[in-house]
Design a protein around this ligand. Structure first.
Ligand code: 9D3
Length: 242
């Protein structure tokens, strides 16, 4: 079954399938051509019920920026959801959301339909969030100009997990080769080398040239563990391991 992704945004052009951006090339484009996924961007502005097609307004209580109004968002969600009978998993991209993780991505890749709300605004009126009860997701602790790039990051991460999205060469590095630690943790990748065997005075580690596949696997796991310990100790769990 084709995954359907709807994006609600005031910049639908960013998601045009022919746009040579994040989703128009490489794995997502191939997955789309293969019928594994389809995405539709809907302009929230098309659902503004007021005569100036206004989708945002000044915040109650004062302050800078604009707040996305409830009505256009609510109506856009109802209209888009009615375009397909399958229930959509509603997602709001927001700096206040749960940090995106591979676990979340894997869960979303099993859904039939995603509806992602992304915006260029200070925020949504809290009441429409309360009524829609979307999953609220962030892609990290830095400030973007809008939620659209975050939505594309999420889509890219989900699409590449759809069965058949990766070519044979890519998929082999997917599951069995990606390193798992002694307690089931996901580890950072080990270093990689290709020809020549010596470059600018630097040699390729001898074990990789030995032809001993057992030794190579052992070395790679040890390197993955060492790097994870050094760069991302948080991935190995709490400091005292409890
Ligand atoms: C002054 C408060 N700002 C929040 C940090 C306002 C604000 C800035 C930027 C509100 C929204 C945005 C646009 N960003 C997103 O919509 C967004 C986002 C992000 O900026 N970083 C990481 N993940 C995400 S998901 C959506």
């Amino acid at each position: 079954m084709t995954l359907r992704v709807d994006v609600l945004t005031t910049f639908p052009e960013m998601f045009a399938p022919e746009a040579p951006g994040a989703l128009g090339l490489s794995i997502p484009a191939r997955a789309r051509r293969a019928g594994l996924v389809e995405w539709h961007a809907t302009n929230i502005r098309d659902y503004a019920a007021n005569k100036h097609d206004k989708t945002d307004d000044r915040p109650f209580g004062g302050g800078p920026g604009m707040v996305m109004m409830c009505q256009p968002v609510w109506d856009a969600v109802q209209a888009v959801e009615a375009q397909d009978p399958r229930p959509a998993t509603r997602i709001l991209m927001t700096p206040q959301g749960r940090p995106l993780s591979q676990e979340i991505v894997e869960g979303l890749a099993r859904m039939p339909r995603l509806l992602i709300i992304a915006g260029h605004y200070e925020g949504l009126d809290e009441r429409v969030i309360e009524k829609l009860t979307p999953m609220e997701l962030s892609i990290g602790d830095y400030v973007l100009s809008g939620g659209e790039l975050a939505a594309m990051v999420l889509m890219d991460a989900v699409i590449r997990l759809l069965p058949g999205a990766l070519g044979d060469e890519e998929s082999s590095t997917q599951d069995s080769f990606s390193m798992i630690g002694p307690n089931g943790e996901r580890l950072l990748d080990c270093p990689h080398y290709t020809r020549p065997r010596e470059w600018m005075g630097l040699a390729v580690p001898e074990v990789l040239i030995s032809g001993d596949h057992g030794k190579v696997a052992q070395w790679r796991l040890a390197e993955s563990l060492r790097r994870t310990q050094e760069r991302r100790p948080d991935l190995l769990g709490p400091p005292d391991g409890r």
